[in-house]
Design a protein around this ligand. Sequence first.
Ligand code: NAG
Ligand code: NAG
Ligand code: NAG
Ligand code: NAG
Ligand code: NAG
Length: 446
Amino acid sequence: MGRQRWWWLLTVAVAAVVVGAGAQETCSDIVPAAPRRGAWMSLASFAGGGGGGDGRTLSTAAFQAAVASIERRRAPGGALLYVPPGVWLTGPFNLTSHMTLFLARGAVIRATQDTSSWPLIEPLPSYGRGRELPGGRYMSLIHGNGLQDVVITGENGTIDGQGSAWWDMWKKGTLPFTRPHLVELMNSSDVVISNVVFRDSPFWNIHPVYCSNVVIRNVTVLAPHDSPNTDGIDPDSSTNVCIEDCYISTGDDLIAIKSGWDEYGVAYGRPSSHITIRRITGSSPFAGFAVGSETSGGVEHVLAEHLNFFSSGFGIHIKTNTGRGGFIRNVTVSDVTLDSVRYGLRIAGDVGGHPDDRYDRNAVPVVDSLTIKNVQGQNIREAGSIKGIATSAFSRICLSNVKLNGGAPVRPWKCEAVSGAALDVQPSPCTELTSTSGMSFCTNSL
Ligand SMILES: *[C@@H]1O[C@H](CO)[C@@H](O)[C@H](O)[C@H]1NC(C)=O
Ligand SMILES: *[C@@H]1O[C@H](CO)[C@@H](O)[C@H](O)[C@H]1NC(C)=O
Ligand SMILES: *[C@@H]1O[C@H](CO)[C@@H](O)[C@H](O)[C@H]1NC(C)=O
Ligand SMILES: *[C@@H]1O[C@H](CO)[C@@H](O)[C@H](O)[C@H]1NC(C)=O
Ligand SMILES: *[C@@H]1O[C@H](CO)[C@@H](O)[C@H](O)[C@H]1NC(C)=O
């Protein structure tokens, strides 16, 4: 064999191995690649006579002017707004369509703690009021409504909510309205959020609501475990959402799929569907992966896989309530490792409060076809509980290859108003899940 041919064969073999190893699934087919942006501008050129990026001068007007200029210019392919290294203190601002917000390495967009510079916006129609308090709610730090083709990315720059001022108001009961998110995009499509760090959000971190085609990948989300309601990523009444390769450690659920609240969510009727979540690592005093409890528009066609949670309250928490209505169906959670988690799994029909007392007591949610498979847990305290609603038993709940171990014997499963099947489950499953008839919905060949 000629030397060249030998090299060629070796190259092909190495390439095959590399491609094989790299052939893990990704979110890349969810959103078309953003076009090459026809314009590039730096936030510094909108910051006036210096002072921007010093951590003290307020840059709200600079962000707003930069976004307005992108909107006016309508450059072919849109525009990129470059946030240079430095600490850019700002109040909330809107994004626009066809733009990339790019945070350089060492760039920090830091939210002002002066709550008077946070505008109030309307409550979401699917919630009927602010999530925490009646009335409107504070606009998110970075906000967008009705946009297409929006990218937030960079070189691991930081979006810092300085949430402690808000957490204190919450703890003291002096909060006048519902706290703001770090990023909220409403009614928007083709959204990518990647390669940035979210820190200390006042409330939920990243909230896509009424959106489609959303990719969130390779982000870090951090907040102290004792910070109230700092959910990591909450896809809400949104479709085609893909979240992958994130590290999230906060004070509430790391990822929670939602779709509106009681009678308001039922009336709005907008489900969350086709949600893919993979390769998420992190820690929460509440749940690693959650659905609910606001699921009144329905949640379906969810796949969450390759999850790795440690030092957490719940591994997986699927939660709803009477009055929610809606449904949770066709949810698969697979390939999960848990370490030092209090409850491996909880599926519950009695979680979360109501927006007001006008909710419909007959609006019971339908929960059907949930598959939890290939879960390995160590240092687990309780296997968990699966409790449906007496008038709406949860059906086709499948646990397959779920092995939960503990330092002490793991406390057993608790089940009520539920039917389904269990294969290879430790500790041994509750009798509600041991029916052997018609369990084609639950096999461990997958
Ligand atoms: C943000 O955009 C909305 C329209 O979606 C507008 O009503 C609001 O005034 C804008 N807010 C700021 C602070 O620019
Ligand atoms: C959603 O945004 C689109 C523009 O993309 C707009 O035409 C539509 O009216 C918006 N819907 C709502 C409910 O605001
Ligand atoms: C993830 O983000 C970091 C910076 O935050 C970057 O260095 C790295 O290349 C990114 N990885 C991928 C696969 O995009
Ligand atoms: C990005 O920043 C986070 C938080 O500081 C850090 O944990 C992570 O390692 C950084 N990633 C890269 C690729 O620099
Ligand atoms: C269940 O959801 C998955 C996406 O996670 C989808 O591919 C599949 O078609 C759905 N199955 C049914 C029966 O709708």
